[in-house]
Design a binder for this molecule. Sequence first.
Ligand code: NAD
Length: 442
Amino acid sequence: MSATIPAANHRTSISAKGSLMLPEDTPVQAQNPHENALELLAIAARHLQLDPGIHEILKHAERELTVNFPVKMDNGTMKTFTGYRVQHNIARGPSKGGLRFSLGATIEEVRALAMLMTWKCAIVNIPFGGSKGGVLCDPKQLSVGELERLTRRYTSEIGILIGPDTDIPAPDMGTNAQTMAWVMDTYSMSKGRTVPAVVTGKPVSVGGSEGRNDATGRGIVFVTREALREYGKRLADARVAVQGFGNVGGATARIFHEMGARVVAVSDAGGGLYNPNGLDIPALLECANRDGTLTTHTGGKPISSAELLELDVDVLVPAAIENQITGDNAHRIKAPIVVEGANGPTTPEADRILRDNGVFLVPDVLANAGGVVVSYFEWVQDLQFFFWQEEEVNAKMEAIMVHAYRDVRQTARREDVDMRLAAYIIGVSRVAEAATIRGIYP
Ligand code: NAD
């Protein structure tokens, strides 16, 4: 193992670039996800000298649907759940965005995530707008039957918005390929024919794409490889910590492991494990599948998820939930490279502290876009009923992710801004251009 990357608080040539992310007068306690999203849009709009009318359009979601719907529970009672589907913008194509089952899935959160999807699709230059869905629930407290009935009723309630050429859901927190199969089946039943392209992230047996399960994680590893290269490092030289061990974190840790990086720490909601010599990730995945948590495994020293964030590693990937790196802990982050696997894991205040400390941060809208890129491939395959091999999927995704990374990096250098603002400059300007060229109806 060669020498480690300089610790984060030693400024590097990479991190010396870009200091315009958040002005000093930005309200540092803004933790409402939608306020954060609007603040980021405002900074990009200022930088682009965006037409105020276009900025005003982009501040608002185009459509928001709230649904309150009943579900029969296993014990014979009935429970009413609240869900949302928000379409932020469709200037560049049908809207695309995940479906989340979580106790945090409020309208504010879903609205913010829909906007994030608009920028993300534009940054990787795929022909989609942005949307998001959510149901307020704790999926861990529901049986498989209850989850299926909840998914089917929610799908039916939002059926007026979704469709293969209008709005295409995908998995997110608390949902998976099985959930997407239920969405596809419910929508198809309402149409009287099979409509696989209504949703992505499905099992391969019902029109899913090879490579989709791992896509977000694989994309994270590709952009990490690009970031490490700037430090003269290879994946094989890197010590990595991954917070979160679900769809995204689990695949990220496994692909890092497969590609030769040393994954020294991982965590889930129950806690984490640390082993400076590297963890046995396949064994941990098996354990998490079996026990529902990785914390029952004995292959490392137990640590908390908060401690994981502050480890002395080369790369930190927060891939669990929002607001994990905050004003309270940002100055203790030692990793020189942070790659945001989750959406919104870093608060605006933390962003500024990390930047001041010389941390090179690859933002969520770029880092975790591999999932939506392969969702785009899945949609294309479903529309054509013509399916690709996994190698082809992975290679095409890698090309898009590397191109997007370089695009953002070049913009960061040219505009002398950090990677988040550079990504927003690209995303917002592409959407603004589409909105301007299309014109305002009528
Ligand atoms: P998931 O529900 O599959 O997994 C979430 C993981 O985080 C679980 O392992 C859970 O135990 C863990 N967790 C929850 N609270 C934690 C805490 N306090 N500390 C440590 N771990 C904690 O969700 P996911 O699909 O992996 O999504 C994770 C994040 O990635 C979300 O922000 C999501 O929006 C984003 N994302 C997901 C996808 C996708 O394809 N699924 C794509 C892009 C972005």
